[in-house]
Design a protein around this ligand. Sequence first.
Ligand SMILES: [Zn+2]
Length: 275
Amino acid sequence: MAAIPQPPTRQCTRYNKDGSRCTGKTSMADGWCRSCDGFGRPQAAQPKAKPDLRQETRWREASARPLESDEAYEVGVSNAALNHFIAAHGGDRRAAEAQIRSLLEDLLAADARPALRHPETGRWRLRTQRDKFSVTLSRDASVVTGYKVRHVDRTYAQIKAGVPSRVASPHRRERKKWFLALQTELPFGMGVMTARLFARLELGFEMTENNAAEVIEQMRDYMARAGISLPTQEGESRVTDSAGLEWTFEVLPEQRPYLVHISWGTEGQRRAAAP
Ligand SMILES: [Zn+2]
């Protein structure tokens, strides 16, 4: 039996949360062994100013995607995109290129968000949920011309692998602690905003720290009645219940599913608005 050729291994190029250099070996194209925290530089970079929203509004949702997911490895990556990536996360060009392609692959998947198209230039834009990461493609979709990240600390690959941020504001974490404490018995996790919206639109009251446990209880009842089962497959999945509510879950390796958001179709909104 012929031996399967192994990819060459090299020194992991990444850093841990505490700034120490990883000593592991890796055969991954992006230079990350996946056992350390995977930061491209020892310390977090300073966050940049918010992107210009006036420009963002010019993009229109496109009815199709420019490429198939597996074509992500055939497009070129411009120097501008590589430089943006390295400025945000550190690391070398090879790692930057591998990670931009892998992000692009996910952004082109069938369940990804719809592509945007610039009405004047014809360029394409693909983005993750909440616009955390986005890439811009040339009009003919042959080159990644831009890379943008909203929070500069972690790469898409790190977030996907569940590496916590080094720059999460202590205030924000503090604010959410009480809500996280209520979820210890839950088979899934969610953010405070998701529960707040569910209370407002589905239960008809505002969620506070005092009634949040009841909101969670009612959400569990709702899910049981609607027959919403938690996903077991890694990655993002959506399920629409009979009332038109769309539940988006994300499953990361070795973590319970996370309810990313619930969206209310027009039917759901009408129902919630009714007395
Ligand atoms: Zn490593």
